[in-house]
Design a protein around this ligand. Structure first.
Ligand code: ATP
Ligand code: MG
Ligand code: MG
Ligand code: MG
Length: 464
């Protein structure tokens, strides 16, 4: 089964059970200041769960674009080593807004997995909330699962796994995670069914929602790996075209287990993320969302360098992402040219950074190696970043290759001091002088869209 059939199959299953198919919300949340990027299918329904907004449907189903690179859900450091964590991924979901609850949600999930998709029942495993002071064990979910699973395949876990919340505040509730037992016996979480019952207030107090509701999320990449019988999400048809493109570019095979393969996975992941982010109006910059995008792009470029790719390569891969995903997400096709050109100019910019910055970095590292403490001073790292744009993770990577420690605290302190100076300056003037962001065709509108959120750059590197 191809991933596009799996995506469609999910939506059709729930549509035929009375759910309204709703389009994915953009990765940039509408007006939720608690959220950097959309991180779950329920985000666009937050106010519906809270009873603040009414829709003309009580059941919905979506394939939602998600990013998990900050806040409560941050998987950035897992990407590359992990076969199942991405920065950008698609979350398939079904939702009930005060309509059905656990007694229907659990059988729906079971039927889709075992009837429609024919997954072997003895490879499935579920968890429920074990109970903690303030919120009792989920006896009802346990009893519902017992209709389908033997007791020894129902686990009980604490809040970390089985109490879901989008952020520090907002809709939340006990949940039940469904796992698939892989060939090697390890378990992979594929689907989370959240039983929304509370609205967490600032300070932590749980206030009941107007009505118990359902919010589920299943990673398309993970369930595709399961249904395609492969060990890693990167071996599915969602990633293989990209991974193979990278392999061809660097002239090394993707074998899965070596360092080069890890770099290929990072690049494939980050390419999807930056293509989708730019198509949704984010542009690389030194502040907030744009900064995260820039960080992801530079990480991908750094791994390209590791693989020995010397030419700008990311814009070609972006084209591949558009080709592969453009049918499911037409915004990619609509913005193909501007996405490719934003990526290309960021690649050229970073190349220039490396050309001028690497020599200076080498000098700093040599001095650190010759010193007693074998520590790269934080303020010097910050200067490399601030004046030349060399990112910290890049510096740390090279430092660790030479067995040098880095003074992160000193770096943060220098960053904070700079931030204060930047805040004191004129934000608007800084945006204007950030030459490249306004010079790329098609991105001015995106910059304008960010305008009212613009809080000034964290750092003032790279002004042209
Ligand atoms: P994990 O424990 O594996 O980190 P999670 O419990 O944090 O996952 P949920 O918040 O429950 O994930 O999200 C619902 C579903 O979305 C998960 O069951 C999984 O299939 C998928 N998912 C979550 N995070 C990622 C990610 N970083 N990359 C790909 N899929 C993900
Ligand atoms: Mg997680
Ligand atoms: Mg989990
Ligand atoms: Mg989960």
């Amino acid at each position: 089964m191809r991933s596009r059939e799996i995506r469609r199959g999910f939506l059709e299953f729930f549509e035929s059970a009375g759910h309204r198919p709703v389009a994915s919300a953009p990765l940039v949340p509408g007006d939720d200041p608690t959220l950097l990027f959309t991180n779950a299918g329920m985000n666009q329904f937050k106010d519906v769960f809270l009873g603040k907004e009414k829709r003309d449907y009580a059941r919905a189903t979506t394939a939602q674009k998600c990013m998990r690179v900050s806040g409560k859900h941050n998987d950035l450091d897992n990407v590359g080593p992990s076969p199942r964590h991405h920065t950008f991924f698609e979350m398939l979901g079904n939702f009930s807004f005060g309509d059905y609850f656990k007694a229907e949600a659990i059988p729906y999930a079971w039927r889709l997995l075992t009837d429609v998709w024919q997954l072997p029942k003895d490879r499935l495993y579920a968890t429920i909330f074990m109970g903690e002071p303030g919120v009792p064990r989920d006896d009802q979910a346990y009893e519902l699962w017992r209709k389908f699973l033997p007791a020894d395949r129902i686990g009980e876990l604490g809040a970390e796994d089985n109490f879901w919340q989008m952020g520090d505040t907002g809709p939340c509730g006990r949940c039940s995670e469904i796992y698939f037992v892989k060939d090697d016996g390890s378990m992979m979480e594929i689907w989370n069914n959240v039983f929304m019952e509370f609205d967490r207030q600032p300070g932590g107090v749980l206030v009941p929602l107007p009505a118990p509701s359902i919010d589920t999320g299943m990673g398309l990449e993970r369930v595709t790996a399961v249904l395609q019988g492969v060990e890693s999400n990167y071996d599915t048809d969602l990633f293989q075209p990209l991974v193979q493109d990278v392999a061809a570019m660097c002239g090394q095979p993707y074998v899965g287990t070596d360092a080069a393969s890890t770099s290929m996975r990072v690049i494939a992941d980050h390419m999807r993320a930056c293509t989708f982010l730019i198509a949704d109006g984010v542009i690389p910059s030194n502040e907030w969302r744009g900064y995260v995008l820039r960080k992801i792009m530079r990480r991908a470029m750094r791994h390209g360098k590791k693989l020995g790719i010397t030419q700008p390569f990311m814009h070609e891969l972006a084209d591949r992402v558009v080709t592969e995903m453009g049918d499911a997400y037409p915004e990619l096709k609509a913005n193909r040219d501007s996405v490719v050109s934003v990526i290309r100019s960021e690649e050229e910019r970073f190349d220039a950074v490396l050309t001028t910055g690497l020599g200076r970095l080498e000098q700093v590292l040599e001095r650190a190696a010759a010193s007693q403490r074998k520590v790269v001073p934080g303020d010097e790292m910050f200067r490399l970043y601030d004046s030349l744009g060399l990112p910290l993770d890049f510096i740390e990577d090279l430092a660790s290759e030479r067995q040098l420690a880095v003074d992160r605290a000193g770096y943060e302190a220098a960053m904070e001091a700079q931030r204060e100076r930047a805040r004191a300056g004129s934000h608007f003037e800084m945006a204007r002088t950030q030459g490249f962001t306004v010079s790329v065709a098609g991105t001015q509108a995106a910059l304008d869209a960010l305008g009212d959120r613009f809080e000034g750059y964290d750092i003032t590197e790279l002004t042209e």
